[in-house]
Design a protein around this ligand. Sequence first.
Ligand code: NAD
Ligand code: TYD
Length: 360
Amino acid sequence: MKTYLVTGGAGFIGSNFVLMQRQAGSARIVNLDLLTYAGNLLNLKSLEGDPEHIFVRGDIGDRKLVRDILEKYRPDAVINFAAESHVDRSIDGPEDFIQTNVVGTFHLLEEVRRYWSGLSDTQKGNFRFLHVSTDEVYGSLGPEDPAFCEETPYAPNSPYSASKAASDHLVRAYHHTYGIPTLITNCSNNYGPRQFPEKLIPLVILNAIEGKRLPIYGDGLNVRDWLYVEDHCEALQIVLERGKLGETYNIGGRCEKANLDLVKTICTLLDEMVPESPGCPHSTLITFVKDRPGHDRRYAIDCSKVERELGWRPRESLETGLRKTIQWYLDNPEWVESVKSGEYREWIARQYEEREERMV
Ligand code: NAD
Ligand code: TYD
């Protein structure tokens, strides 16, 4: 069985990836995660007692720790999910984003370079470093612009996307300069089980169930291209197995939606799935609030390369994916309570009370 070092595997996408790998029994997983506010061991609860899942709490920027892990477990691949990932937090305080996404990725790459250099030629050829990134590195599209393709020039607009762009460039350079067998994926907005409720979809689901207002930034016409998280994880596995070294693959759901339409769709599903909720009909909870500074207008991903060259296709439609997601949040009140810590309450208060004063 192969061994993967997964970083950030207690977060949203990383934990879904780890759970899918372990359910399939396809790889032993060494999971390195700092457990920031976004990391949650409850995400991995079903793996308790699984000897093929080894959890290590720590920082991707801790060179000694990363070196020890690489030497001890000798992974066949590193999949780098670890990051600060929320645009609004990057506007509030960009420093952690530079530290983890740029400096942390650099340290991780340096230790991978050291480890990889000591492998045999065959092992070197088989090794993979997969860097999980975002479509936000490409900037913002106008309504008629073609979707982002792999050749679209980088034009990141937020501290988050700028830090991810910097890490992508480092990964590319480590392939070009040192020959490390890297792969980069740039994916559109994910949704699904275990997403921290600072992001739009889980925030709306949980607020709506509690009869709280559903904050829409600006005019609600910003467009995102949504992908169910398990479809993303399948794409990552395929890229890992069959991707061409040094290449980038765009991954997306071909599912562009304006925020307001998306939130209305969630409200309609909630009306049907939770008719006894105090917020019913849920669309009455929609509230327009002050916009995010520098808010990118539209993202859209052209994923024809990964479809054509690697044969990947998403399985879920927006409706089936949203139904699964809503059902998961309804079925997991213990998880929901665990993430609503003091830190989360403070964040929501700081973000939305400030915004409420300037409601449009
Ligand atoms: P997340 O915030 O839910 O999880 C990030 C995880 O990384 C957390 O478990 C956190 O504890 C861990 N972490 C943070 N700093 C760390 C450090 N210094 N060392 C070790 N672990 C650390 O994020 P996510 O939504 O799961 O995103 C995962 C990756 O996918 C990120 O790199 C993100 O840029 C990328 N991505 C996310 C989306 C999306 O829609 N969520 C879309 C495309 C790409
Ligand atoms: P988000 O989930 O933060 O992802 P990203 O900014 O990385 O795309 O936000 C998705 C979209 O929803 C984005 O256009 C901002 C908007 N949004 C709101 O309108 N209200 C909210 O409370 C949040 C969190 C986001």
